[in-house]
Write a protein that binds this ligand. Structure first.
Ligand code: SF4
Length: 258
């Protein structure tokens, strides 16, 4: 295998996969092809978090850190029945909020942030969720990713929220060499057209959930990594496969000796 990488980060040489042909692809070309596959698989990706308005979406996203969407949807059923507007949520005691969300990770901190954020929405924004990234990020428990999700999914504003899953896939697909989510977000915004950002964010999340196991990736059978994997990833997977084989052979030899 003789896969080479050019110095320019914008070009990737895909050269020796048995199922591919030697070709240069710019990141934009890769992104275009990936976008076509994602559109085919997830033409209209739904928002996975149950919500009724921008406020309940904001709260659901705040609760989703280090927790599954399924778990968040379970707890928000009661929470939003009790309060689906900032003024009502601000009136709930923190202990009541905690009781309703206690099965999600980091529940005490989240309960405190949900209540304080609701109070601040009333104090600073007249009980509305601001359609402004900086104002959202100024709320407790609302980071850049959460604010971006609200901007795009509640208000339809172009934003590209990047979490660790999207960050990892962007690297695996050779779309970014960012060492943090901020750099990856900037790279993805460059390669995907602005009017696709909102659905790409969701599509990549769904693709990762449906197709990407934590271990044991078979690049040769994968619809995207099969042709898009970065040279670094190809080397890493080949070396993992090699060590798995050696481990298997050693195990077999030990079993036979017994
Ligand atoms: S090989 Fe396929 S399944 Fe594995 S990370 Fe790449 S896209 Fe996901």
């Amino acid at each position: 295998m003789s896969t080479k990488r050019l110095r320019s980060p914008r070009f990737v040489l895909i050269s020796t996969w048995p199922w591919g042909h030697p070709s240069f692809m710019t990141r934009a070309e890769k992104a275009k092809r990936i976008g076509e596959i994602l559109d085919e698989l997830y033409p209209q990706p739904p928002i996975p978090l149950r919500h009724e308005n921008p406020f309940t979406l904001l709260i659901a996203v705040m609760l989703s850190a280090q927790t599954t969407d399924k778990k968040v949807n379970e707890v928000t059923k009661n929470l939003f029945a009790a309060a689906s507007e900032p003024s009502a949520m601000a009136k709930l005691p923190e202990a009541s909020i905690l009781e309703m969300i206690r099965t999600v990770g980091l529940a005490p901190t989240k309960a405190r942030n949900v209540r304080r954020t609701s109070e601040l929405l009333v104090e600073r924004h007249g009980g509305d969720v601001p359609k402004n990234l900086e104002q959202l990020e100024a709320l407790p428990g609302v980071g850049h990713k959460t604010a971006s999700v609200v901007m795009c999914q509640a208000f339809g504003e172009p934003a590209f929220p990047v979490d660790t899953h999207i960050h990892r896939l962007a690297a695996r697909w050779g779309l970014s060499r960012g060492t943090n989510v901020k750099q990856t977000e900037a790279d993805l915004k460059k390669v995907f057209p602005r009017d696709t950002w909102i659905r790409r964010h969701l599509q990549i999340i769904y693709f990762g959930r449906d197709h990407c196991p934590a271990l044991g990736h078979d690049l040769s059978t994968c619809r995207i990594c099969g042709w898009a994997a970065s040279a670094k990833r190809i080397r890493e997977e080949a070396s993992k496969k090699h060590s798995r084989k050696r481990k298997g052979a050693r195990l077999q030899a030990t079993t036979q000796q017994r």
